[in-house]
Design a protein around this ligand. Structure first.
Ligand SMILES: C[S@@+](CC[C@H](N)C(=O)[O-])C[C@H]1O[C@@H](n2cnc3c(N)ncnc32)[C@H](O)[C@@H]1O
Length: 281
C-alpha cells in the first residue's frame, strides 16, 4: 500500500503519469481522444460511468473535462492508486469534475442500478473479460439516459496478413526473442496469431469469448466504428533498443503512423476497435 501512495502522490510520479497518459493517448484513434479535448469536450458536466477503469487514468482525464465519473473495477489495489492520484490532482491543480471509485464485480451486474442516470458509459478493454457481456450491456442500456452515449474499445482477433507483417518486423527489429523463435513465427503465421491474441493475458482474458459488437448493435445505434493498432501493440512490448532507448518513442510513433496508413488504405485491420453508439428507445 506504501507503494501505491508513492505512485499516487509524489510530484515526480504525477509528472510521470501525465507523460504516460499523453503517450497512451497518442496511440489511440482520434474518435477516442476527441472526447477528452478541453474545454469543448462533450463530457463537460456529463454524468459518466466507466466500467473496468483499472487505475482510472481515462476516468481522471474525463474529470479534467468536467465529467462526474463513477468508475468501477474489481481490483481494489489499482482503484486505490487511482483514488490517491485523483485526490492529489484535485488538491494540487484543481479538477473541474470528480471520480467516484467503486470496487465491484461486474459479473454480478452493475453496482448502481438506477435507470436513466448516465449521459455516457465508457468500457475500455474490459468487455471481453466479462462472463455475460450481453447482460452487462442490458444493464448499461437501462442506466443510460435516452440518447446517451456508449463508448467501447476492445480487442479483435489478429488477421493472418497482420501476423505475417508483425513477424517480419520482429525479425528485422531488436527484441529478446531468438532468431529461431522469429523464423518459426514467420513460417507459421498461426503461431504468431496465437502469440498476438494472447498478448497482455490476464486471468480474466477472453472470459466471454463472444461477439460483443453484434450484441451492441442489437441494442444501440452505432454511430462510429474503426479499428486501430494492427501491429503497433506487439512492437511496443517487444522492441528492445538497449543503448538507443531514447529513440524508442520516435521509432514507435513512426510505426504507428505506418500502422494507421495501412488501416486507412484498407490493407490491414486493427487488432483493436473503438465504437461510439447511442441509446435509442
Ligand atoms: C485491460 S484492463 C483495462 C483497464 C482500463 N480500462 C484501461 O484502459 O487502462 C481490464 C480491466 O477490467 C477489470 N475487470 C475484469 N473483470 C472485471 C469484473 N468482473 N468486474 C470489474 N472489473 C473487471 C480488470 O480489473 C482491469 O482493470
Amino acid at each position: 500500500m506504501e507503494r501505491s501512495r508513492d505512485l499516487g502522490t509524489s510530484v515526480s510520479a504525477a509528472r510521470l503519469r501525465r507523460k504516460a497518459t499523453r503517450l497512451i493517448l497518442s496511440y489511440l484513434p482520434e474518435s477516442l481522444r476527441s472526447v477528452l479535448v478541453r474545454p469543448s469536450s462533450i463530457l463537460g458536466g456529463a454524468k459518466v460511468l466507466e466500467l473496468g477503469c483499472g487505475p482510472g487514468w481515462f476516468a481522471l482525464e474525463m474529470a479534467r473535462c468536467g465529467a462526474q465519473v463513477d468508475a468501477v473495477d474489481i481490483a481494489f489495489p489499482v482503484l486505490r492508486i487511482g483514488q490517491r492520484y485523483e485526490a492529489f490532482c484535485a488538491d494540487t491543480m484543481g479538477l473541474p469534475g470528480r471520480v467516484r471509485y467503486i470496487c465491484a464485480d461486474l459479473n454480478r451486474g452493475l453496482p448502481l442500478r438506477t435507470p436513466g442516470v448516465y449521459d455516457a458509459v465508457v468500457i475500455r478493454g474490459t468487455l471481453h473479460h466479462l462472463l455475460d457481456p450481453e447482460s452487462v450491456l442490458g444493464d448499461v442500456h437501462r442506466s443510460l439516459k435516452p440518447g446517451g452515449m456508449l463508448l467501447v474499445d476492445d480487442g479483435l482477433e489478429t488477421q493472418t496478413r497482420t501476423a505475417i507483417l508483425a513477424a517480419l518486423l520482429l525479425l528485422l527489429l531488436p527484441t529478446q526473442m531468438s532468431l529461431r523463435w522469429k523464423l518459426r513465427r514467420l513460417r507459421h503465421p498461426q503461431l504468431m496469431i496465437a502469440y498476438m491474441d494472447r498478448h497482455g493475458d490476464s486471468p480474466f482474458e477472453g472470459a466471454s469469448g463472444s461477439n460483443a459488437i453484434d450484441m451492441i448493435q442489437q441494442r444501440f445505434e452505432v454511430q462510429h466504428f474503426e479499428t486501430f493498432a494492427a501491429f503497433t501493440g506487439i512492437l511496443i512490448t517487444e522492441l528492445r533498443l538497449r543503448y538507443l532507448e531514447r529513440c524508442r518513442e520516435p521509432i514507435l510513433a513512426a510505426f504507428n503512423l505506418l500502422d494507421r496508413l495501412f488501416i486507412s488504405l484498407g490493407w490491414l485491420r486493427g487488432s483493436a476497435y473503438v465504437l461510439v453508439a447511442r441509446k435509442v428507445e
